[in-house]
Write a protein that binds this ligand. Structure first.
Ligand SMILES: Cc1cc2nc3c(=O)[nH]c(=O)nc-3n(C[C@H](O)[C@H](O)[C@H](O)COP(=O)(O)OP(=O)(O)OC[C@H]3O[C@@H](n4cnc5c(N)ncnc54)[C@H](O)[C@@H]3O)c2cc1C
Length: 377
């Protein structure tokens, strides 16, 4: 059953980092914004678990801030979050160095930091500070009918179908969702269709990641940590890392690309077994003993998740122009954001996603100011 019409200034599809950043920038400027999110949670590819009794959060999606991006530093500083450097050296409140010149000189982009409180804190802050923005969770967008200056967005969930209307729409759908055949779960039918966006999306690629977090009773590997952070492309799991310098029994295994797809091809249980036997191989501890020491494991299949359909985008040779086409605004009505629309090399990152949301919001604000000036003249 379709319920009544709701009208906002701007609608946003997706409550990932890009959508939340756009909502924040617009609502702080006094624009009526509503985010329509398919899942029952915000964050998108930021997926943090807080298991009871665990000393640290478990990150199944975004885990590291690379270098010193302004967008994240602002959030860290405003929200009192702690950045923990993953290269075994730093653990201090971010406020200690977020504004300092020394930090600017000493933190190159290759250094990685995790958020001690969990990366979901970043998304929660973006939403909390988006005063006035409305959020509809469990609202899967299925169709967008549009003409210049008008959009009608259809959503559905288990209980109902709804229609939301606005003058403008920001689309932050992941590239994988854009690329999927229209009509399959998560995809959005645009009327009239957007062939140029479909073509641009088909010329870009969505990569896959297999990431598993094992929780052991003790960090038994600390006695022989040399196997960690060493990329081994010949193994099922290419990279292992733990939470050092913080103590926990969490050990993460990561594999990207076709190897990740292959790992999952025989199902999740089989993939976990393979990861465990790979760990046995690199540590020299038998699988049976590992299984005995193992408390539990955490995993999310980003490839078969209909609302991500992959981990992050990458550009194939000749694809730079396609990113710009994917990002291009249509008739001051449809705006596009999300990591895959970052055209200056930060696609595939959370700060890149935030920047694209801010970019779309800024473009809309400029149009609104222009309109206000015209009507005042
Ligand atoms: C395993 C993994 C590890 C990563 N590690 C890092 C890292 O360490 N550092 C880093 O910077 N980046 C990392 N990334 C990349 C980072 O997660 C992304 O670049 C970033 O989070 C993308 O944000 P986004 O807003 O563009 O997209 P998303 O976060 O995917 O947001 C899109 C939103 O749209 C929603 N949506 C989809 N379809 C519909 C629909 N039909 N209707 C309504 N809503 C819909 C989704 O549910 C989602 O909430 C990692 C990604 C993965 C998967």
């Amino acid at each position: 059953m379709k319920s009544g019409l709701i009208v906002d200034d701007v609608l946003i599809i997706g409550a990932g980092a890009a959508g939340l950043a756009a909502a924040r920038a617009l609502s702080l400027a006094g624009v009526a914004v509503r985010i329509l999110e398919a899942r029952e949670r915000i964050g998108g590819r930021v997926l943090t678990l807080h298991p009871s009794g665990a000393s640290l959060p478990v990150e199944l999606g975004v885990e590291f801030m690379h270098g010193r991006p302004r967008e994240l530093l602002e959030v860290f500083s405003a929200d009192g979050l702690h950045a923990i450097e993953s290269d075994f050296t730093n653990d201090r409140p971010f406020s200690e160095f977020s504004g300092s010149e020394t930090a600017a000189r000493t933190i190159p982009a290759c250094r990685s930091f995790r958020v001690r409180e969990g990366f979901d804190s970043v998304c929660e802050y973006l939403l909390r500070s988006a005063a006035g923005a409305r959020l509809n969770l469990k609202s899967i967008v299925t169709e967008v009918r549009w003409r210049p200056g008008r959009v009608a967005v259809l959503t559905r969930n288990a209980a109902s179908e709804r229609v939301f209307r606005a003058r403008r729409l920001i689309v932050t759908l992941p590239l994988g969702v854009f690329k999927a055949p229209i009509g399959t779960e998560g995809t959005v039918r645009f009327l009239p269709p957007l062939p140029e966006k479909q073509m641009a999306a088909s010329a870009l690629e969505m990569g896959n990641i297999f990431k598993i977090v094992f929780k052991f009773r003790e960090p038994f590997w600390r006695a022989q940590p040399r196997f960690m952070f060493e990329q081994a492309s010949s193994r099922a799991i290419q990279l292992w890392y733990d939470t050092f310098p913080l103590n926990s029994g969490l050990l993460t295994g990561l594999t990207a690309g076709p190897r990740a797809t292959a790992l999952l091809s025989n199902g999740r249980e089989h993939a976990v077994e393979q990861a465990l036997s790979c760990l046995a191989g690199v540590t020299g501890v038998g699988v049976d003993l590992l299984a005995e020491w193992l408390d539990c494991w955490y995993f999310h299949d980003w490839q078969s998740d209909p609302f991500s359909r992959g981990a992050f985008s990458y550009v194939v040779a000749g694809g730079l122009a396609e990113q710009k086409k994917l990002a291009a605004t249509l008739a001051d009505t449809l705006y596009f954001a999300g990591e895959a629309t970052h055209c200056e090399g930060l696609n595939g990152t959370v700060e890149g996603a935030i920047q694209t949301g801010q970019r779309a919001a800024q473009a809309i604000l400029e149009k609104l100011q222009l309109g206000a000036r015209r009507s005042a003249a």
